[in-house]
Design a protein around this ligand. Structure first.
Ligand code: ZN
Length: 92
């Protein structure tokens, strides 16, 4: 996975968002940096993105939350992975 801001830094800079997360959202409240990571392996066709939230004001802070999202229909990921958690519907 490669960071979108490494692939196309100009676009990433223009689209950068720094949301202020309120209390009770599942991560400590504060300002976060959102980053997107895409698979750039030439033989891979996983069609997914990983989105991470990292505290913006803490240098070297670990990722506080991550989301793995595939934009294809469920049957695409069912063929791609035999692990139901990798392609099953979201459970909130
Ligand atoms: Zn891939």
């Amino acid at each position: 996975m490669e960071a979108f801001d490494h692939i196309v830094p100009e676009i990433a800079r223009a689209e950068m968002r720094l949301p202020d997360v309120p209390e009770g959202a599942g991560v400590p409240p504060g300002r976060y940096l959102i980053r997107e990571y895409y698979c750039t392996e030439s033989e891979c066709d996983c069609r997914r993105v990983v989105v991470t939230l990292t505290p913006f004001d803490e240098k070297g802070a670990p990722v506080a939350a991550s989301l793995n999202f595939g934009w294809e229909r469920q049957k695409f990921y069912k063929k791609w992975s035999r692990v139901p958690d990798a392609w099953g519907p979201c459970r909130a």
